[in-house]
Ligand binder design. Structure first.
Ligand SMILES: Cc1ncc(COP(=O)(O)O)c(C=O)c1O
Length: 362
């Protein structure tokens, strides 16, 4: 089957680019002795997770327990749930997972650790814990000054193996002037926290951070010894526009068909149910994606199944039946909407990855 025969809309991955992205990050991690536990939220495919493990990843990361269940199909010996596991159903699933692989949970409250400890004790398993601190995103994580007290209380809980620290530097989007200041704050905060724990006889074995935008700076953060990038496997328009990858590193596009073409405008057969509604995070990029085969076309609006292209400034006249490739803003949310990912080499569809983790939100 060739790409021209695929029904649309289809999420297509260039396998050469994906493989290069995977290999490059694996060798960067090796070179700098950083543990790699890739976040699988981007591909949601156990088969791609298996390739990350084959290239040397120490384990895989998920956000939710049901994603973790699916990701066991990769054969991973280690699973990090980088999200507080809150609520009895999720706690029960995390403990069930811990019977089947080594599970670590990144959390930021004693309450979360206590419920995990009780369930793990009842089930006779151990669960790893990373205490998450807020490095500046103001999302999850305790403020830096609360790390030590939380580590102390968590590390004494039965059946909890306190492993270290985690943070998500999602506030650092690009290495512009602001990003450089934020990076330098991180470069002093992380070693300061590690030192304060060491002084108390609680040296962290793992200090886990590392997003895609900050990937190549990870070795410049003293104390950081694990990275969890997710988006790097495919990259997307936001990653590109924020300067964290080049166009030739973007593996994923949506192939879509023009279904309506009027003077100066056209509709493609994918909208928010294909691309997700995530907008551009770059100040100089608008709309919902880059129409690679119709330069100048503006993808400015979506309904569920319609993508609105303004073609007034387009070099090419789009006709009904034409196919275009669109580089989406945010690949992770788009993958979550697809049943499968088509892996192509050149024009040939070489393999199909089932998105087993799609919709696994609990
Ligand atoms: C907790 C956590 N870790 C790691 C990642 C991976 O970051 P990125 O998608 O920039 O590679 C994310 C992404 O949202 C995350 O939320």
């Amino acid at each position: 089957v060739t790409i021209h025969e695929l029904d649309t809309p289809a999420l297509v991955i260039d396998l050469d680019i994906m493989e290069r992205n995977l290999a490059r990050v694996a060798s960067y991690a090796k070179e700098h002795s950083l543990r790699l536990r890739p976040h699988t939220k981007t591909h949601k495919s156990p088969e791609i997770g298996r390739r990350q493990l084959d290239l040397g990843a120490a384990g895989l990361t998920v956000a939710k327990t049901t994603e973790g269940e699916v990701m066991l199909n990769s054969g991973t010996p280690d699973l990090l749930i980088a999200y507080p596991v809150v609520g009895p159903k999720k706690v029960a699933r995390a403990v069930e997972l811990a019977h089947r692989t080594y599970v670590t949970v990144a959390l930021d409250s004693f309450e979360c650790a206590r419920t995990l400890s009780e369930a793990a004790q009842a089930a006779g398993v151990g669960i790893g814990v990373l205490v998450e601190f807020d490095a500046g995103l103001r999302r999850a994580g305790v403020p830096p000054e609360d790390v030590l007290p939380l580590v102390k209380s968590v590390s004494s809980l039965p059946n909890i193996l306190w492993e270290g620290l985690a943070f998500y530097p999602g506030h650092i989007k690009a290495l512009d002037d602001t990003g450089r200041v934020q990076l330098s704050a991180l470069q002093s905060l992380v070693p300061r926290l590690v030192e304060s724990l060491e002084k108390e006889g609680l040296p962290p074995r793992i200090v886990s951070g590392g997003s895609t935008p900050l990937l190549w700076q990870s070795h410049l953060v003293p104390g950081l010894n694990e990275i969890r990038p997710g988006t790097y496997v495919f990259n997307d328009r936001n990653t590109l526009r924020m300067g964290a990858c080049a166009m030739e590193d973007c593996a994923a596009t949506i192939h879509a068909t023009v279904v309506t073409a009027q003077n100066g405008r056209a509709m493609i057969d994918g909208g928010s149910k294909t691309f997700s509604s995530d907008g551009s995070t770059a100040p100089d990029a608008e709309g919902y994606g880059e129409v690679l085969d119709a330069p100048g076309a503006r993808f400015h609006r979506m309904n569920e199944e319609h993508g609105y292209l303004d073609t007034a400034q387009c070099d090419r006249t789009l006709k009904v039946g034409d196919r275009v490739r669109v580089l989406m803003n945010h690949v992770c949310t788009s993958v979550n909407l697809q049943e499968r990912i088509y892996g192509v080499r050149g024009e040939t569809v070489e393999e199909i990855f089932e998105v087993e983790g799609r919709g696994k939100l609990q």
